[in-house]
Write a protein that binds this ligand. Structure first.
Ligand code: SF4
Ligand code: SF4
Length: 288
């Protein structure tokens, strides 16, 4: 086994250990042992998904990656969010902080958006996100949105922080009642899926991620430091642009490849579609 392979396996092991530890801490804080199991499953599935991508892109590995991603969706959205009324979205972080509670939402935000990006960039979006798992099922080429939309994501982040503060000021919070929290989870995610469905014909399957997602608005500032990135070999690239046509995040992939640079784009979610589409195998996903 080469030294690089050993380092890579070490990274995978460290990430799984990190998820297990985070799950155990959450279990202790929330007095519920299921969190440890669920975090372990989500961490392992995300790592399996990246490892499969690294092993090579074929219809079979793509299917296996989708299954791993749907497991994360089932665990996070189907069980933890819907059945147990745990909310991982940004407003819940504010509600919990307002109630002086360290919750799953804050732990998830720290792991997936402030720590993991140094290793895995925005890969959470394509490997473990419950909304992203659904978006990954849809293949719709993206069209770049204009300048105003680039500002909108910051306004939306401010809104997701300000609205809970205003509601708490008016005496409303989701922290007290499980039923209120469940309704909030379903309403908030329903709006996200509705926005995604409405914008799909114009801006592709990842319009919500590119234009609004507050979590990606944070992690995109750390993503260029990611160890895991798409790499290109300029000598194999024919500038056919198939990769950019399939990129759901409108990343200017070819400009990186022809400049002999790894794709250090803030919005790359490491979904691997460009790698899959490239007819000359000029692209690959790898750690460095
Ligand atoms: S798909 Fe491959 S060959 Fe075509 S432009 Fe992209 S990197 Fe170059
Ligand atoms: S550059 Fe490639 S890996 Fe990154 S978002 Fe676009 S298609 Fe996915």
């Amino acid at each position: 086994m080469t030294a690089i392979k050993r380092v890579e396996l070490g990274v995978y092991g460290a990430v799984i250990a990190f998820f297990v530890a985070a799950g155990m801490i959450t279990s202790l804080l929330r007095h519920n042992g299921w969190y440890a199991l669920l975090f372990a499953v989500v961490g392992s599935m995300a790592v399996v998904s990246v490892a499969l991508e690294r092993a090579g892109s074929s219809p079979r590995t793509r299917r296996a990656i989708r299954i791993a991603t749907m497991w994360c969706f089932a665990g996070l959205f189907g069980w933890l969010m819907t059945a147990k009324a745990v909310n991982f979205q940004m407003p819940q972080v504010v509600f919990d902080l307002g109630a002086a509670t360290v919750s799953g939402a804050l732990i998830q935000l720290i792991i997936s958006r402030l720590l993991a990006p140094f290793l895995f960039g925005n890969a959470f979006c394509s490997r473990a996100c419950w909304n992203g798992a659904v978006f990954e099922l849809v293949r719709r080429p993206a069209r770049k949105a204009g300048g105003i939309w680039q500002v909108l994501r910051y306004l939306y982040l401010a809104l997701t922080l300000a609205v809970p503060v205003l509601l708490m000021h008016a005496g409303f919070s989701t922290t007290g009642s499980e039923q209120t929290r469940r309704l909030w989870v379903l309403a908030e995610n329903g709006l996200i899926f509705a926005f995604a469905a409405f914008t799909l014909p114009w801006w592709g399957s990842r319009a919500y991620c590119r234009l609004l997602c507050p979590a990606l608005t944070i992690s995109r500032w750390l993503a260029p430091w990611s160890r895991l990135k798409v790499s290109g070999r300029a000598e194999l690239c024919t500038s056919c642009m198939l990769c950019e046509q399939q990129c759901p995040m409108t990343v200017p992939i070819v400009s990186f490849v022809t400049a002999d640079r790894r794709v250090a784009a803030r919005d790359c979610i490491l979904c691997g579609r460009c790698v899959e589409e490239c007819p000359t195998e000029a692209l690959s996903l790898g750690f460095r």
